[in-house]
Design a protein around this ligand. Structure first.
Ligand code: FMN
Length: 125
């Protein structure tokens, strides 16, 4: 079974996972400070500050990164070189592969690519 964990502040990542739910019967769970994973899965978050990782995402990873296969970040290309940089920073700090960086709530192409990459099973379920 595939598990997706996500963080969202203004609703873009939430919209992405809502569409994901319409296409795949995966377990999709919003992270919070009490979540202690038992099922490994993939993380989707967003970028805040100036290319920063949300504090809520960092706390989640400090507790659970051992069970996370990949990281994906939403961002906004208006931020130039800082676009979706949360994924890059998480990748470096927690030694996780970046699955994707997409803009806002993602396009259908982004959604399909996300599904294909996970089902391609390069990084585990
Ligand atoms: C205060 C603030 C800072 C942001 N900084 C960045 C940034 O550095 N790089 C980037 O790509 N996007 C940045 N964004 C855009 C968000 O990452 C983007 O809107 C994302 O889709 C938000 O996801 P969410 O709606 O699920 O919270 C920023 C947004 C806000 C409100």
């Amino acid at each position: 079974m595939t598990w997706i964990y996500y963080d969202s502040k203004t609703g873009n990542v939430e919209r992405f996972v809502t569409r994901l739910k319409e296409h795949r019967n995966w377990n999709i769970q919003k992270i919070d400070d009490t979540l202690q994973l038992t099922n490994p899965g993939h993380l989707i978050t967003y970028t805040t500050g100036i290319g920063d990782v949300p504090a809520s995402t960092t706390r989640f990873l400090e507790a659970n990164s051992a069970l996370i296969h990949t990281v994906t970040s939403s961002g906004n290309k208006n931020w130039g070189a800082n676009f979706a940089l949360a994924a890059t920073k998480i990748s470096e700090r927690f030694k996780l592969p970046v699955l994707m960086q997409f803009e806002l709530s993602g396009t259908m192409t982004d959604l399909q690519r996300f599904i294909d990459q996970i089902e391609g099973n390069i990084y585990g379920n």
